[in-house]
Design a protein around this ligand. Structure first.
Ligand SMILES: *Cc1c(COP(=O)(O)O)cnc(C)c1O
Ligand code: SF4
Length: 342
């Protein structure tokens, strides 16, 4: 890097050379994968059964996210979302595909369960491995790779005029490079009956640098209405870097929504959900769904009884404006929509 004394003007190259690795990709590759390292950093004891659990489903936690965890607190609500624990082995009896995803793979990488909306599974990778994830057993390795692999899905979308909305999902769709997303969204723009593009992602909260200028330009340049759905479970996930990434998204998208999963020990209290809603609204994101946990193998210790969920939503309604209260939903195989519980 040139020192300031070398040049009278601030040096700002027009753009990085094509080969330069964007900072978000670097952050992704530097994410913590070793539970012992994470526990050392935070000064907490390595939980029993951690190693076996992480062999089953590897730990992945970006450093910026870890920086928002409280030191010395084994119950930290962000830590509990990422740290493998022995309790995961207690629900091995549960199925690996609770929501019927495999049955719904209409074409390679395309899932349609609901009228007018189809979901494109773009990537098996995420910026984080959430311990409660219902897709933790999804056979992503079987997904077709590379741009040509989108052909069958795009073909099928082009032929079915009943589909108005395409949802980019994964894994995390924003793991794809800006170039590939621009190419894909350009191809979706060209399908005349599509009206809406929705993106479900956890990247802006995990690695806020992912909200790059080229990404924002692609989103604002699309002729489709853009609905951007973040996945944030706890108010502590939102720091200044997330707030400023969100501000950039607000300029680029038509709607910003959030979905959360109701998780035992993480956000199953009125106080926690209330501060999450307030924090989200404070940065311009509307609470959309609060999902009941999809029960798959390894996640039962996060389960919150449905009555508790309903009680929490009632209590939130009594405290917050209507638009600040997410709908408590559950996905039931074979239903024509998500089931609204409260
Ligand atoms: C959840 C989901 C959607 C979106 O449902 P909305 O109620 O519109 O948010 C669409 N397709 C699939 C396969 C889904 O799982
Ligand atoms: S980001 Fe989403 S898909 Fe990825 S592990 Fe977390 S919950 Fe699962």
């Amino acid at each position: 890097m040139p020192s300031l004394s070398d040049s009278p003007l601030p040096v700002r190259p027009a753009g990085p050379p094509a080969e330069e690795i964007p900072s978000w990709k670097k952050a992704l590759s530097e994410a913590i994968r070793d539970p012992a390292e994470l526990c050392r950093m935070l000064g907490v004891r390595l939980p029993d059964g951690c190693e076996a659990a992480s062999r089953d489903f590897g730990m992945l936690a970006p450093r910026g996210f870890v920086a928002r965890m409280r030191e010395g607190d084994p119950q930290d609500p962000l830590l509990l979302q990422v740290l493998p624990v022995g309790a995961e082995s207690e629900s091995r009896d549960l199925p690996t595909d609770a929501v019927g995803d495999l049955a719904s793979v209409r074409d390679h990488g395309l899932l349609q369960k609901y009228h007018g909306r189809a979901l494109m599974v773009l990537s098996g990778q995420c910026a984080v491995n959430c311990r409660y994830c219902f897709r933790r057993h999804f056979p992503y390795a079987d997904l077709p790779q590379g741009d040509a692999a989108w052909e069958p899905a795009l073909q099928s979308l082009a032929e079915d005029t009943s589909i108005k909305e395409v949802i980019l999902s994964g894994g995390d769709p924003l793991v794809l490079s800006d170039r590939r997303l621009r190419s894909l969204i350009g191809q979706l723009d060209a399908i005349p009956h599509l009206t809406t593009l929705r993106i479900h992602t956890r990247l802006p909260v995990m690695i806020p640098e992912r909200v790059t200028n080229p990404l924002c330009q692609t989103l604002s340049g699309s002729r489709l209405q853009t609905v951007f759905v973040t996945h944030i479970n706890h108010a502590n996930e939102i720091d200044d870097s997330v707030a400023s990434a969100t501000a950039r998204l607000r300029d680029a998208c038509d709607f910003l929504l959030n979905q959360s999963v109701l998780l035992r020990g993480i956000n199953d209290s009125v106080e926690s959900l209330e501060s999450l809603s307030n924090r989200l609204l404070g940065i311009g994101i509307m609470p959309y769904y609060l999902h009941r946990l999809d029960l798959v193998s390894g996640v039962r210790h996060f389960e919150v009884p449905v009555e508790t969920g309903e009680r929490l939503i009632d209590a939130l309604r009594a405290r917050l404006p209507g638009y600040a209260v997410p709908r408590l939903v559950r996905e039931e195989p074979g239903e024509p929509n998500k089931t609204v519980l409260a």
